[in-house]
Design a binder for this molecule. Structure first.
Ligand code: FES
Length: 105
């Protein structure tokens, strides 16, 4: 881990534009999504029934869970049908060709 709390987890070229990818960073299941050249990280655990989002569909910034179709905005984790529900978000940055995710202690 760098001194700034960001952990390198994937080469940037391993995540294509408009795609998602499940990773584990420091034991946390995180889903990465790349939209408009920016990478977003959310917890890879659907609050509905606990499915992982790999295999889900990303349309713009909206991620649809593969299990029952709940939709979340990857920019803020917000569940589209209820403001009370949101995924945990992880800040991401691209450094030296690597995607780095911020893991707070
Ligand atoms: S587990 Fe994600 S929508 Fe049901």
């Amino acid at each position: 881990m760098g001194t700034d709390g960001f952990v390198s987890c994937l080469k940037e070229r391993e995540l294509e534009e408009g795609k998602i990818r499940a990773v584990r960073v420091k034991g946390k299941p995180i889903l990465l999504a790349k939209v408009a050249g920016e990478v977003f990280g959310v917890s890879n655990f659907c609050p509905h029934a606990g499915c992982g989002f790999q295999g889900g569909i990303l349309t713009g910034y909206i991620l649809m869970c593969p299990c029952h179709g709940w939709k979340f905005d990857v920019r803020n984790g917000q569940y589209q049908d209820s403001p009370q529900t949101a995924l945990t978000c992880y800040r991401c940055k691209i450094e030296n060709g690597k995607i780095c995710v911020e893991i707070k202690k």
